[in-house]
Design a binder for this molecule. Structure first.
Ligand SMILES: Nc1ncnc2c1ncn2[C@@H]1O[C@H](COP(=O)(O)OP(=O)(O)OP(=O)(O)O)[C@@H](O)[C@H]1O
Length: 263
């Protein structure tokens, strides 16, 4: 469903600050893939999401979504098919609007009318979505999102990203700013939503155990390249220790990520 073909992205080309963030990267995702992505600082993980989401254009190569070439499409045209959740819970929602209004705004993106309105039918739909989070937010629909905790806000953002059933969901360390208990809860909500809505998903995480246990496939990036791509038995038998050993043998250095969680 997603094909990344020979994609390269270089920042500040031809200057002393030149940085090849993606180097002729190839990646194919199937419809039912839930891919976790790990890698060292500066490996190119967020850049990969930025070129898929359209925040950056690629220098070379092509990106195809369901065989449609989206390489030249601006981000707002890709947003209908691609949902993205960032690390910062303060991003992705409108803080001065209520939970219900935020959901209505996200839901209206699939409407051809181009505006949002609250009606009884949609309100009960939002209430049922919120109830599925099991955070009690279905009873706080008139609460401004700015008054929610980081975890509650990230859960609402997840609903907003998936309410229009995008084809692809990009999760960029979306639990990294949360405390461990809340992060666990949001990861559980994430897997519930992804499996219920059957959205192809890519999740960057610094938590190696979560990377190996969630989803069906794990890729490791380094220096703009995919250096490991595992699923099935190979992934089942993978451990944090084996991953670190693989990395140091393959790259001749230690995996360095200042946010990496190894246990
Ligand atoms: N907008 C930008 N302008 C210039 N350089 C950039 C930009 N975005 C990323 N880079 C550079 O590209 C390289 C890849 O960065 P990227 O953010 O994709 O890495 P990452 O794997 O997400 O790292 P981290 O785990 O630290 O978030 C880095 O060297 C980074 O400094």
């Amino acid at each position: 469903m997603l094909d990344i073909k020979n994609v390269s992205k270089t920042f500040f080309p031809g200057t002393p600050n030149e940085k090849k963030a993606l180097k002729s990267l190839n990646l194919h995702l199937d419809k039912d893939d839930f891919v976790t992505i790990i890698g060292s600082n500066g490996a190119g993980k967020s850049t990969l999401f930025n070129v898929i989401g359209g925040a950056f254009y690629v220098d070379k190569g092509a990106i195809l979504l369901d065989k449609k070439n989206i390489t030249g499409l601006p981000d707002y045209k890709r947003a209908y098919n691609i949902g993205r959740l960032m690390q910062d819970p303060m991003k992705g929602t409108a803080p001065s609007m209520t939970i219900e209004e935020n959901l209505a705004l996200a839901y209206s993106r699939q409407s051809t009318k181009g505006f949002f309105a609250l009606n009884k039918k949609d309100t009960s739909f939002y209430r049922s979505l919120l109830a599925s989070l099991d955070l009690g937010l279905e009873n706080r629909m008139k609460t401004k999102v700015g008054h929610l905790s980081g975890g509650q806000r990230q859960a609402v953002t997840l609903l907003m990203c998936t309410i229009s059933s995008p084809k692809l969901l990009l999760l960029d360390e979306h639990t990294a700013a949360l405390d461990p208990a809340t992060a666990k809860k949001i990861l559980k909500i994430t897997t519930d939503i992804v499996s219920k809505s059957q959205i192809t998903t890519m999740m960057i995480t610094h938590d190696i155990n979560a990377a190996l246990s969630l989803g069906n496939r794990t890729i490791m990036m380094d220096d703009g390249e995919v250096i490991l791509d595992i699923k099935g038995e190979e992934r089942k038998n993978m451990t944090v220790e084996k991953l670190l050993t693989y990395y140091s043998k393959e790259r001749n250095k230690q995996l360095a990520n200042d946010r990496m969680l190894l246990s």
